[in-house]
Design a protein around this ligand. Structure first.
Ligand SMILES: [Zn+2]
Length: 153
């Protein structure tokens, strides 16, 4: 598995654990090159959970996509990987808790923003700027002003 830190392809598994429900196997891996540790999840391939976009299109929920978006927002911020992973896990759980097997991208985005806001203000603003797509600049600017005011106190 590719190391998320240095891109090296060889690793060793240092720990394997099955989830309580038995549907996910979590493996702690250590990169053979940079020796940093990361986690991989192995799960049963099921009927996909869908996300519904603003224009009504549906696509399968992609955990990696959420992870990539959050990682990008958290780039070079002092946020432990475990926190990012926990955030993504909670989003995945939220999607999988849906009776209809689908959630709107809007709700997912809002949830990520709420979590990031608690975690790191810079990451939050970065994510919000991408997610909100500057469609509502006024709202975004007032959000930034609130943050700046909060910091000045
Ligand atoms: Zn590595």
């Amino acid at each position: 598995m590719r190391c998320p830190f240095c891109g090296h392809l060889e690793d060793k598994v240092v720990d394997s654990r099955e989830s309580r429900e038995g549907d996910v196997i979590r493996r702690r891996r250590e990169c053979l090159k940079c020796e940093r540790r990361f986690t991989s999840y192995e799960r049963v391939d099921e009927i996909p959970y869908m996300v519904v976009k603003k224009d009504g299109r549906r696509e399968p929920f992609d955990r990696d996509k959420v992870m990539a978006g959050v990682m990008k927002a958290c780039e070079r911020r002092p946020i432990p990987m475990a926190k990012i992973e926990a955030l993504v896990n909670s989003i995945e759980k939220y999607v999988q808790d849906s009776k209809d097997r689908e959630r709107s991208t809007e709700k997912i985005g809002e949830m990520i923003m709420r979590r990031l806001k608690e975690l790191d203000k810079v990451a939050y603003v970065r994510f919000a700027s991408v997610y909100l797509d500057f469609k509502d600049v006024t709202e975004f600017m007032s959000e930034i002003k609130t943050l700046v005011r909060g910091r000045a106190k």
